[in-house]
Design a protein around this ligand. Structure first.
Ligand code: PEP
Length: 234
């Protein structure tokens, strides 16, 4: 069983999500399908498709205009939340420490955080890929885990760019993440790969050791693109 998670970013509509959910109801798969959508789309009946948010406040409640708490997200019926997506790290200056707080808040509300880590182009070119990934895991994962977490390895330079690392690079990154999680007492935590996943590369990527599924951006928006990714692996 693989986890196939879509990240709609700031795209779509309630009508588009209903259409996607209807299309997904008839897909024969044992894989776990998650759609992380804008907050305004979280309340729809999504049948067997689990919904998630794309960010969460570090705060519980109070005078934080514009923010949405983990409890509020859980109240919609959503089960997941992405934390530390590269766009949050890039445009909102989220650090590993903030991401860890967000993951902890999500866990305390019963949500499963999908914690994103990955290197940007400067870090890759400076030969820091492995160090950035390991620090991302060690510093973004809360120390007292009282629920499930998912890690997503997303090389930031490849997201939305139609670029992917080589299979060897993905394997090396996922082995490092699995070993790091082991050393933190978190063996068995699913680790997704994300960045420019599409039907044509999904099965190959998911056959790489320690890849527990994929986090899909652009190709998760339309049933014709997303369903072949879901059915590309058993
Ligand atoms: C993402 O935004 O998490 C992502 C993986 O995007 P894309 O698949 O479009 O590269």
């Amino acid at each position: 069983m693989k986890i196939i998670a879509g990240n709609w970013k700031m795209n779509g509509s309630r009508a588009a999500l209903s259409e996607m959910v209807s299309a997904l109801q008839v897909v024969e798969t044992d894989n776990k399908v998650i759609l992380c959508v804008p907050y305004t789309m979280l309340c729809i009946d999504s049948g067997r498709v689990a919904l998630g948010a794309q960010d969460v406040s570090v705060h519980e409640k109070g005078a934080y205009t514009g923010e949405v708490s983990a409890t509020m997200i859980a109240e919609t019926g959503a089960k997941y939340v992405i934390v530390g997506h590269s766009e949050r790290r890039q445009y909102h200056e989220e650090t590993n420490s903030i991401v860890r707080q967000k993951a902890a808040t999500a866990l305390s509300a019963g949500l499963t955080p999908i914690i994103c880590v990955g290197e940007n182009m400067d870090e890759k070119q400076a030969g820091k890929t492995m160090a950035v990934i390991e620090a991302g895991v060690r510093e973004s994962v809360p120390s007292d885990i009282s629920g499930d977490i998912i890690i997503a390895y997303e090389p930031r330079w490849a997201i939305g760019a139609g670029l992917t690392p080589t299979e060897a690079e993905i394997a090396e990154a996922h082995k490092l993440i699995a070993d790091t999680l082991d050393s933190m007492g978190l063996s068995g935590t699913p680790v997704l790969y994300g960045a420019s996943v599409k039907a044509a590369n999904a099965a190959d990527i998911m056959s790489i050791p320690n890849v527990g599924g994929v986090l899909v951006g652009g190709a998760s928006l339309k049933p014709d693109d997303f369903i072949p990714i879901i059915t590309s692996v058993k």
